[in-house]
Ligand binder design. Structure first.
Ligand SMILES: O=P(O)(O)OC[C@H]1O[C@H](OP(=O)(O)OP(=O)(O)O)[C@H](O)[C@@H]1O
Ligand SMILES: Nc1ncnc2[nH]cnc12
Length: 189
């Protein structure tokens, strides 16, 4: 597993934090079905210092950038996104699987590595001047984040960037996200 390189802000302390995060990720070959090597982030939460490393790297990147909304995609982004939002003083907006959110919602369908799915968002959650980041644990084909960007933009928000812990580079998911940049901590195949 390679450690994601970044631009000028990337320091020795960042490398140490990213190395601890990479070491806490476990790969499960053949889960949830043959041919998939599942990248499991739950080990990050078994070590509070590593959880702090991950939250710190995201918060340091977005502090002072005028981010007003942090969206997180069900389910695994929910481990990270509310804490990042709290630290940034931004609102957290959950993007959920179908029929989980009450009230008026908008939805987007998408296909991913091993199935198709749909995500929904409550429309009252977003205001026209919101500057959003979208958090997820992992970008694979990019289908999920692409649908998430569409939801936020349909509701009038500006999506500043997507932020993920892991990128599966071989699947070239970033190419699906158009002009929206992606910041990742750990790159792998
Ligand atoms: O880039 P993509 O190909 O779209 O794949 C990435 C998405 O797949 C996983 O979620 P999943 O839909 O498996 O949901 P879960 O977190 O509920 O298991 C992962 O947490 C991302 O959200
Ligand atoms: N290989 C993978 N590991 C974990 N989550 C995923 N979502 C899509 N592909 C995945």
């Amino acid at each position: 597993m390679a450690i994601a390189g970044d631009d000028s802000n990337h320091g020795v302390d960042d490398d140490a934090r990213i190395a601890r995060i990479a070491a806490a990720i476990t790969v499960f070959p053949g889960f949830p079905k043959p041919g998939i090597s599942f990248q499991d982030v739950t080990g990050i939460f078994h070590k509070p210092e590593v959880f702090r490393d991950a939250i710190g790297l995201f918060v340091e990147r977005y502090k002072g950038k005028g981010v007003t909304l942090v969206a997180g995609i069900e389910a695994r982004a929910f481990f990270f996104a509310p804490t990042i939002a709290l630290e940034l003083g931004a609102k957290f907006v959950p993007l959920r699987k179908p029929r989980k959110l009450p009230g008026e919602v908008i939805s987007e369908e998408y296909s991913l590595e091993y199935r198709t799915d749909k995500i929904e968002m409550q429309i009252g959650a977003v205001e026209p001047n919101d500057r959003a980041i979208i958090v997820d644990d992992l970008i694979a084909t990019g289908g999920t984040l692409s649908a998430a960007i569409k939801l936020l933009e349909r509701a009038g928000a500006e999506v500043v960037e997507c932020a993920c812990v892991i990128e599966l580079q071989e699947l070239k998911g970033r190419a699906k996200l158009g002009k929206t940049p992606v910041f990742v901590l750990v790159e792998t195949n």
